[in-house]
Design a protein around this ligand. Structure first.
Ligand SMILES: [Fe+2]
Ligand SMILES: [Fe+2]
Length: 278
């Protein structure tokens, strides 16, 4: 079994500052990291699909380093639109994959984790909210997928698919068609895992399954009106646990950060029946 936890859109801030005046992203991220550390099975890796920080400030990356030290496994990161690739290269140089990634304005790398391959892409464009992979990175993705047919998760911040949440779709991935052309040729891509929209969304994309992970902090309001305002709501934070079973394949489980009442037994002690049952 291989377990990869995916969290996203931490939007860490300098100490004491809430995000958008309301969302205490640092506290919420700390809770998410504690929930990961408390999982009954130790994950093989954690992947964070961008918007690690809110402002690409060095204090925010320092906080990320501190949080990641609590985890019992390697942590793989990629930039979101709130990050800066150059800042991540210098502040997170000792994170696996980051230090070894080829130089350039895009931070991409591939690693093998148990029975899975993780291909990390950089969809950020410095100073812009939308995403773009660019021709060079798309060509690298094609070569990387062709070179290894292990079941693969391709990870990037910006989802390529229209979600119906208009204010997020306008800041989606610009070169969606180029990405689709590559993925549709490589059938061992089990998932395209993204963040950015701060909601749980699952869709078919280019012959694979795209999963969008909710944020560890605030969520975008679910409203499909074309003129829906850009607003957020404090829904229960959650993350994905992607589980590869050697025989059954990959399944993706949403897990809530907060503790809820329970667990309660489904079955009574031997010799005792619940009311209405035999
Ligand atoms: Fe975000
Ligand atoms: Fe984002």
């Amino acid at each position: 079994m291989t377990l990869i936890v995916q969290i996203t859109d931490l939007h860490l801030r300098p100490r004491g500052l809430a995000c958008y005046r309301v969302s205490d992203t640092n506290m919420l991220a700390a809770r998410a990291f504690r929930a990961i550390a408390a999982l009954p099975q130790k994950p093989d890796a954690v992947v964070i699909t961008g918007d690690l920080t809110d402002g690409a400030d060095e204090r925010e990356y320092a906080l990320l380093r501190q949080l990641c030290r609590q985890l019992p496994c390697p942590v793989y990161v990629m930039p979101g639109n709130h990050d800066l690739t150059a800042a991540m290269r210098s502040e997170l140089a000792d994170f696996p994959g980051v230090g070894d990634a080829p130089a350039g304005d895009k931070l991409h790398y591939a690693v093998t984790i148990g029975g899975l391959r993780l291909v990390v892409l950089d969809s950020s464009v410095a100073g812009k909210p939308y995403g773009r992979l660019g021709g060079e990175q798309i060509a690298w993705l094609d070569q990387t997928l062709a070179a290894d047919h292990t079941p693969t998760l391709v990870a990037l911040h910006h989802p390529p698919k229209v979600t119906g949440i208009a204010h997020m779709d306008v800041i989606g991935l610009a070169d969606t068609e180029a990405l689709a052309a590559i993925l549709s040729r490589h059938h061992h891509v089990e998932r395209l895992i993204c963040g950015h929209v701060h909601r749980t969304i699952i869709a078919r994309f280019a012959g694979t399954v795209m999963t969008l992970c909710p944020s560890t902090a605030h969520a975008c309001v679910l409203d499909f009106s074309p003129d829906a305002p850009a607003e957020f709501v404090m829904e229960p934070p959650a993350f994905f646990v992607h589980r590869l079973d050697p025989e059954a394949g990959l399944s993706s489980h949403l897990h809530y950060v907060e503790a809820y009442p329970g667990p309660y037994p489904f079955f009574a002690d031997k010799g005792v029946s619940w009311p209405g049952t035999k």
